[in-house]
Design a protein around this ligand. Structure first.
Ligand code: PLP
Length: 456
């Protein structure tokens, strides 16, 4: 049974929080008005706060708690490793048992042709690693002028200088003069925004064509790589048409541009496959991972390096890059146990064949709500669009101006009524723990519907 802590003094904690804690992505003046909600415990798909209120966590924390909260076997694996060897690095000709075992395990579950991994502490660091790694690759390949990386507007690739530059969030770019040189953006494959007059399949080809246009503009011999999330997550769960990634792959092949799949969200079962690259036939050269690799129990990220890049990198001598916590033994021990749970409980298959299709059907039923335009999902990510006027054709719906805050209002109702969802402009999104059962899907949908009614 989980340990239930004594309820702390919420007001006291909130005062300290306001006085000392700078939160990520937060308007502190607004937060100080209401005080942060203090989360104290998790079990399965549920969380409890310091006032004893229970919430169904439809976001898996931040898209990461794939095996759910309260997994004692991960705690034990971590404790064992801490007792034995809490830290050692893999610099200077050393390695550790969990890091080796995890690298070998990842090579087994990764798509074909991925036999090496570079560990980092987070997804942002992994994408920074990608920038340095692809430039190093092209140096070694005798084409050092290939330095530009193409990404997409509304993408999220992290918060470091390179991560935020690769990302396409304008709100991040305006603070700090981003993107850094050598990173450019094309439009995202968002059918509702740009696909009027086309079928989704036609639009997928059309949207991939923006990459070819940009490669030609820049000059193919200048372009090092293209990076994309298989399904854009933080941008609002934008699921691309099925034709998009195969066409992107074709274009990358044509111009010999490396393809990076940022699978920080989509990896480790979220879409019903170990990696979405497999689902979409992307055949990437590099894969970014983090979050679900440890279900968020301990920070860990990394880059799965495909054979083409790994072979040259290995032949090329020192790659002068790495972090103190690259391959942290405690994080790797947590990841090994997390992956063992995903395998033993068949969670990836369950999302593919059972709870994922069930979620699709139940979440899709929300499209009948007067406030909802579209409601779509893939595996265990889903998003709905809040609209002012409904129409059968997505391009004739009148969407809410995000500045009017319908999403924020809806999110606040969810927060107060025991279900945690996220608002991105006019999109309400979820990414539940993969352990969620069919009954729990029903419970979540009923709560979401109740809160949509309150938002009307
Ligand atoms: N890439 C994607 C697709 C993400 O969703 C995120 C985080 O949400 C990151 C990278 C950055 O990962 P981290 O927050 O661990 O640095």
């Amino acid at each position: 049974t989980p340990i239930v802590p004594e309820l702390p003094d919420t007001k006291g904690l909130q005062r300290l929080d306001t006085a000392h804690y700078l939160h990520p992505f937060t308007d502190h003046a607004a937060l100080a008005q209401k005080g942060a909600r203090v989360m104290v415990r998790g079990d399965g798909i549920y969380l409890w706060d310091s006032d004893g209120r229970k919430a169904l966590d439809a976001m898996s924390g931040l898209w990461c708690v794939n095996v759910g909260y309260g997994r004692r076997s991960i705690t034990e694996a971590v404790a064992r490793q801490m007792d034995t060897l809490p830290f050692y690095n893999s610099f200077f000709n050393t390695t550790t048992i969990p890091a080796v075992q995890l690298a070998a395990k990842l090579a087994k579950i990764a798509p074909a042709g991925f036999n090496h991994v570079f560990f980092t502490g987070s997804g942002s660091e992994a994408n920074d690693t990608n920038v340095r790694m692809v430039r190093r690759y092209w140096d070694l390949a005798g084409q050092p002028e290939r330095t530009v990386i193409i990404s997409r507007h509304n993408a999220y690739h992290g918060s470091t200088m390179a991560g935020a530059s690769l990302g396409g969030m304008s709100g991040m770019h305006v603070q700090g003069g981003l993107p850094i040189p050598g990173i450019v953006h094309i439009e995202q494959p968002h059918y509702a925004d740009y696909g009027a007059g086309m079928t989704p399949e036609e639009f997928g080809i059309h949207a991939a064509g923006w990459l070819e246009e940009r490669i030609r503009e820049l000059g193919p011999d200048k372009v090092a790589a293209f990076i994309g999330e298989p399904v854009q997550g933080a941008g609002g769960v934008i699921i691309p048409p099925s034709t998009y990634w195969p066409e992107i792959r074709r274009i990358c092949d044509k111009y010999d541009v490396l393809l990076i799949a940022d699978e920080v969200i989509t990896g480790f079962g979220r879409l019903g496959t170990w990696f979405a690259s497999d689902l979409y036939g992307m055949r990437p050269d590099l894969i970014t991972f983090a979050k679900g690799v440890t279900s968020g129990y301990v920070p860990l990220g990394g880059v799965l390096v495909g054979d083409r890049v790994a072979d040259l990198l290995i032949k090329g001598g020192d790659f002068n890059h790495g972090f103190t916590y690259s391959g942290h033994p405690v994080a790797c021990a947590a990841a090994l146990e997390n992956i063992r749970i995903l395998e033993e409980e068949g969670l990836v298959d369950r999302v593919a064949h059972d709870t994922g299709p069930y979620l699709q059907q139940r979440f899709g039923s929300l499209a009948a709500h007067p406030l909802v335009g579209t409601a779509d999902s893939l595996g265990f990510v889903a998003g709905l669009t809040l609209v002012r006027r409904k129409a059968a054709n997505v391009h004739q719906q009148v969407r809410f101006d995000p500045a009017l805050g319908a999403g924020m209002l809806c999110r606040a109702h969810m927060f107060d009524n025991g279900v945690i969802m996220r608002a991105v402009g006019d999109r309400m999104i979820i990414a539940p723990p993969l352990v969620m059962t069919r009954d729990q899907v029903d419970e979540m949908i009923q709560k979401i519907r109740f809160c949509l009614d309150l938002t009307l």
